[in-house]
Design a binder for this molecule. Sequence first.
Ligand SMILES: [Zn+2]
Length: 197
Amino acid sequence: MSTYARIKRTVTTRQAAERYGLSVNRSGMTCCPFHEDRHPSMKLNEDYFFCFGCSASGDVIDFTARLFGISLKDAAEKLAADFSINPRPPEQSKIPNCHAEPSHDGARLCTCVLREYLRHLRIWQLRHRPEKPGDPIHPRFAEAMQELPTVNHLLDCLLGNDLLLARQTAEVLCREGHLRRLSEYLGTLSEKERDCA
Ligand SMILES: [Zn+2]
């Protein structure tokens, strides 16, 4: 069994959330850490989480990665350390296993975050478009015009057929902290903006 599978089988999303400081009520609901959430709207199920406010979802490794703004690989390592799961049991450590850590998890996370941003940008581009020449430019419209080409380009790299390019793009986004900052930024968008989006 891969390290990822062992972690997912051992740690529930609820256990991780509580360990990392979220308070979870009796029905498994907690205030979502990924959007401004005053009333618990995130449901922590045994093996996945789902937010009814912002639609964030995933497994315990996705949750930890997003919570700390780290890669899925780092999140798996953190969970293994925090829940005393031996990442490589002795019987497996002798067998070279190239498939133990899916190399596309980083790309998957980057794609998720960038798609969420893209969704906002497209809506802002339409919603805040100046109606006539000379109208003041809305900052959200300016942001959309400025960022859309970059976001589209990054998604092309991540989703194209060139798997090496996808992995390198994801690595740069994760390593340089771009992804973490973007996740945090998306988390700061007000509920109103999210509802509109
Ligand atoms: Zn949420």
